[in-house]
Design a protein around this ligand. Sequence first.
Ligand code: FAD
Length: 179
Amino acid sequence: MSIEAGFDSDTFRKVMGHFVTGVTVVTTVENGEPQGITVNALSSVSLEPPLVVVALDRRRYITPKVHAAGSFAVNVLGEHQQVLADCFAGAPVEPGRERFCGAAWQPGRSGMPLLEGAIATLECTVVGVHEIGDHDLFIGRVAALHNEEHHPQPLLYYRRRYLRVERSESIAIEGRQEG
Ligand SMILES: Cc1cc2nc3c(=O)[nH]c(=O)nc-3n(C[C@H](O)[C@H](O)[C@H](O)COP(=O)(O)OP(=O)(O)OC[C@H]3O[C@@H](n4cnc5c(N)ncnc54)[C@H](O)[C@@H]3O)c2cc1C
């Protein structure tokens, strides 16, 4: 399929869906209560200092809360946490997001909610926000991070569906790696 002009946002999403990503829950705190949303628009942007970016649609209920808190955590989900990915994306399940999807969590060093069972976590301080298009890009300086050495396979997202790693063989990169 080749479309050069006049495409709609659904077509754009469909094409971008060919880029496989992991799935995270971005969390923050409001009035002492944990808040979370499913996010795949995550990227590292700098090693020194360690910076990441998450892109949140300005209409998301959590976006003003991240602005207000000035901090967020990224929880990278394992494939066993698909139910949390659905719930934090607004699936009509019980308990819902108003009860933090019933997820077990604990505050990290910064107080941001870290989900039990997440295969990696990053606690970030917001050091910049770029309002662009219909999203806010939150640049977070990583203040603390954690990963489980032996962890389940990651949950993947591809063409609007979850994807599971069936073949866990990994192949060394021969080109020069970033950094
Ligand atoms: C795999 C995947 C990746 C995604 N990646 C991104 C991404 O990178 N960036 C992005 O912006 N979106 C992303 N999304 C979409 C995002 O997760 C959902 O659109 C979002 O969770 C919907 O929530 P909402 O609050 O915006 O809207 P709705 O679900 O329509 O919520 C409507 C209203 O319900 C209320 N509400 C919702 N949650 C709560 C709560 N916890 N407590 C109290 N009231 C509440 C609020 O009043 C809210 O306005 C992704 C979704 C999936 C499945």
